[in-house]
Design a protein around this ligand. Sequence first.
Ligand code: NDP
Length: 550
Amino acid sequence: GAPASSPVAERVEKPTQEEYIPFLETDPEESTLSIVVVGASGDLARRKIFPALFALFIEDRLPENFTIFGYGRSIMTDEELRNIISKTLTCRVDKRCYFIELCLNFESIFIWYVLTNYVFLFVLITVILRDYRENCDEKMDAFLKKCFYSSGQYSSEEHFLELDNKLKEKEAGRLSNRLFYLAIPPNMFVDVARCAQRRASSENGWIRVIVEKPFGRDTESSRELTRGLKQYLSEDQIFRIDHHMGEELVENLLVLRFSNLVFEPLWSRNYIRNVQFIFSEDFGTHGQGRYFDNYGIIRDIMQNHLLQIIALFSMDTPVSLDAEDIRNEKVKVLRSMKPVQLEDVVVGQYKGDCDGIRCYPGYTDDMTVSNNSLTPTFAAATLFINNARWEGVPFLMIAGKALHSKRAEIRVQFRHVPGNLYNRNFGTDLDQAGNELVIRIEPDEAIYLKINNKVPGLGMRLDRSDLNLLYKARYPREVPDAYERLLIDAIEGERRLFIRSDELDAAWAVFTPLLKELEEKKVAPELYTYGSGGPVGVHYLAAKHNVRWG
Ligand code: NDP
């Protein structure tokens, strides 16, 4: 790594955040944006941040004058960073070019020729495709030329001063705004905030800092992290990212609720029987057990991602779409949630399985996890919201690894039709199922409503059918990655999808007592087979709260 830090002279006072000139009100030619990816050699930076920045570049969403700097302890040249980045730019250009790439390789060209058997058509298609690819390559080169690297320690103010000098060189005396993305372990956050604010903060523009979860392990550690960051940054400079908040369908939740007449009047205990929030992965920890074993599924998925989605789902109508108005409503509903009780929770851990073709390792087979680990890789929890709108409605949260499918969805089960004529007169038990609204966040984004419908014909037979909005059928345009949306929001100062410190505190209050109890009582997780539907206990939990599950 780079040499250790040494003391450097204090710099002049920075303007307060209010004194900064709003980015969008400045002449784009006169202002610059520097994006510093701290931890540039890491997995998150390579897989998500650089590709998202590239996608924004291609979409012309980045300002005219921008520079990207990678920062980290690893010693690297600009060229080496560019090589790393270029390998992971499998972003939208590549996706759009997927068909083109296929067509351009030799075998495909031959197949094209045989299939079409029209020389003219063949030549035309090949020329168009080649142009398209050249265009992709050009854009990639232009993007990579904007990427630089500066190595240094995370706690060295001297090294951040070196970074500052390099940034200034690129900014060339223009109004400079700086965005730091902390893609590093959280125990480094406060050091980086200190160094960035003291030594590499802009003198005439804004500085914003994006931080990734985990934001602590419980209420106390989360508050400590917040206190640490706020020593150097104000709340409006901190952008706590929860990438699921950038998912298309999560953003659409508010549109669905507040711009349609038909949903909001039903959005309460009067019509909704229960709501399920499901987040399942069809793979295990894959050698990343060391990180996971320290957190477990409740901290990794439930306390943050699922709770954030529940807050958006259940909050009251905000005064406006302003970030603070939305976040005020989220805090209110989070504070109305009762802390989750141990008797309303099932925890599980996956065990290995062989299906005759392949063997799948169990959680504790991961070399980085101890053999007697009690860390849950699956959890189901029922949550209640103690307010007039939701009292008594179970919100069932389910999150797990190594399950049979990968999906993230919200399922809203409505109450039965009172005195249902069709139940009485035709003896059908269809109404038992009731209506169900499903919001599928991934894969294959969709919103569908299960309704009872008459089967066409002379008799009277009812069928359970779907009113279906399948995104890929309705919207041919590719759905942007969550990181793209969140990055552009942070650049534009839009805080709606980021988590405010009081929200975070309220979210930890819901889960901290449970997490402590699980650990103190050393609750053993129920084992479930890799690739199954999870522990059997989840069915009992669902039945206890009258939730139709599975
Ligand atoms: P990595 O483990 O890949 O670390 C990122 C970089 O941080 C490394 O390349 C390294 O850079 C530096 N680093 C690693 N370990 C240490 C250490 N012990 N002390 C100081 N520096 C270290 O992490 P990820 O990229 O996976 O994640 C970064 C952050 O984002 C973490 O907080 C993670 O929890 C969070 N996150 C990650 C997600 C993902 O998909 N990967 C998803 C959601 C959150 P160098 O050696 O050059 O300094």
